[in-house]
Design a protein around this ligand. Structure first.
Ligand code: ASP
Length: 458
């Protein structure tokens, strides 16, 4: 049977006309690459902000950039978006006056304030897909545009965080009957009422995953600007290499700083159908990238080390706490009430701790403290800030005793104290909480000990 590849190209892959040409030649290179999902244009040498951010700035009357302490007015954003599309059209040498005037009309349109933000946010993908399919045609390729409204990509009306509704899959499946190259804008769908709603940020990955699932693609290629998923943050560990194969479970455990190359939700349906996801680099197409699969035979113990910063530790101690049924639940309920993200829950007989995202405590640490005091009357209640969690991950660790001991010994040699240890129940990851101050050097040491020198034990 004919191979079917779904490709998603991210904003950085599509930031200017030179990039678009790279994308075109990647698509041309393999006739199976027929389902092309595109993001809005990313940052380029003329503009350090993404088109989607400018669109959100227009939609929110400037609040979007104010929140990021950037002094860019809606008018400047409007001009930037128009200038960007003008540069792309001119750089590609295509006729695009109609696209520019439609774009301007959309940007100037009023509309219901409840739905206008998502409509505007989606315009980057919408017009970029039109431009790209036109560019492909201009270069003699048999390409067509298919918009979410044409193909029936129906989504929930959770604006800015829409979800794909089940009826979409039968609609998307029909894409497999079309010939030629099909260019689809990522990031948005249409609600049952006909409004435009976008997914969460980075959501073009999700469109790609859903199309791959619906047409039962052989591979979902996700083209970005890095050679793949690295063993550790390459900005800190210069020797870190790209991991050739990872399971869905491993990439999920690794997704953190230095690993956030892919929108998690995009994986869920691909996993159900065992569709491999290949993270590739548009700027280095000969590199094989990282392949995410359901199963692999590990040749190593730890495959990568994730890192999470800005973690706080809420610690309480009380004589007899171990006998209080539901004490952990009481603490977690309070945290949930205040929308605090929680990560790990180390406990002992009469002590209990919860590791949380410290950014979520900024405005409400005192209230949370009071509420925990009231609910549990602990003898000790402390909040300790500025921890980092380092997490070696790898399915090869499960059947190899001693990795945790080796990691602990490595940190002992560096005189780094481990504040918290937690082993994942699947035994394919464990987590060390340490003072953030030591995190860079601890990451490098763990990398050397567990990965660079980690003799394969399988
Ligand atoms: N353009 C959207 C964003 O910047 C979606 C995407 O690129 O995946 O979040």
């Amino acid at each position: 049977m004919e191979q079917k590849i779904t490709c998603k190209f991210g904003g950085s892959s599509l930031a200017n006309a030179d990039q678009l040409e790279k994308v075109r030649s990647i698509v041309e290179d393999d006739p199976a690459r027929r389902y092309i999902i595109v993001s809005a244009p990313g940052r380029d040498e003329n503009d350090s902000d993404k088109v989607t951010d400018h669109l959100l700035n227009i939609a929110t009357e400037g609040i979007h950039f104010q929140e990021q302490q950037k002094g860019i007015s809606p008018k400047q954003s409007y001009d930037s978006v128009v200038a960007k599309f003008t540069r792309l059209i001119n750089g590609c040498g295509i006729e695009g006056g109609d696209l520019l005037s439609d774009l301007k009309n959309d940007l100037n349109a009023g509309g219901d304030p409840d739905t206008r933000i998502d409509f505007l946010a989606s315009r980057g993908e919408h017009y970029h897909a039109k431009l790209i399919s036109r560019y492909f045609q201009h270069k003699g390729m048999h390409a067509r545009i298919m918009l979410p409204e044409d193909i029936g990509l129906v989504v929930s009306d959770d604006f800015s965080n829409a979800g794909v509704l089940p009826q979409s899959y039968d609609n998307l499946k029909k894409l497999a009957d079309l010939d030629g190259i099909i260019v689809i804008p990522g990031f948005y769908g249409i609600t049952e009422r006909g409004d435009t709603a976008v997914f969460s940020r980075g959501g073009s990955d999700l469109t790609g995953g859903e199309v791959a699932y619906a047409i039962n693609a052989d591979v979902y290629e996700n083209w970005t600007d890095t050679d793949g998923v690295y063993q550790a943050d390459p900005n800190l560990v210069s020797e870190a290499r790209v991991i050739p194969r990872l399971t869905y479970k491993e990439i999920r455990l690794l997704s953190s700083k230095g690993f956030d190359v892919f929108h998690f939700d995009a994986m869920i349906n691909c996993k159900k159908r065992n569709i491999p996801i290949n993270i590739r680099n548009t700027n280095n197409p000969s590199a094989p990238g990282t392949l995410i699969v359901s199963e692999r035979v590990p040749e190593e113990t730890a495959v990568g080390i994730a890192r999470l910063d800005d973690v706080a530790y809420i610690y309480l101690e009380k004589d007899g706490l171990g006998e209080v049924i539901g004490a952990t639940k009481d603490v977690l309920d309070i945290l949930k009430e205040h929308s605090v993200r929680t990560y790990h829950y180390p406990t002992d007989k009469d002590d209990l701790a919860v590791l949380v995202d410290q950014n979520d405590l900024i405005s409400n640490a005192n209230i949370i403290r009071d509420e925990i005091e009231q609910a549990l009357k602990p003898d000790v209640l402390e909040i300790i800030y500025n921890l980092s969690i380092l997490s070696p991950v790898g399915i090869g660790m499960k059947h190899n005793p001693g990795i945790l001991a080796q990691a602990a010994a490595t940190l002992m040699d560096e005189n780094i104290s481990i504040e918290i240890v937690d082993q994942g129940p699947g035994q394919i990851s464990f987590h060390f909480g340490i003072q953030s101050y030591y995190a860079d050097s601890a990451l490098r040491s763990l990398y050397r000990s567990l990965i660079a020198n980690g003799a394969p034990r399988i």
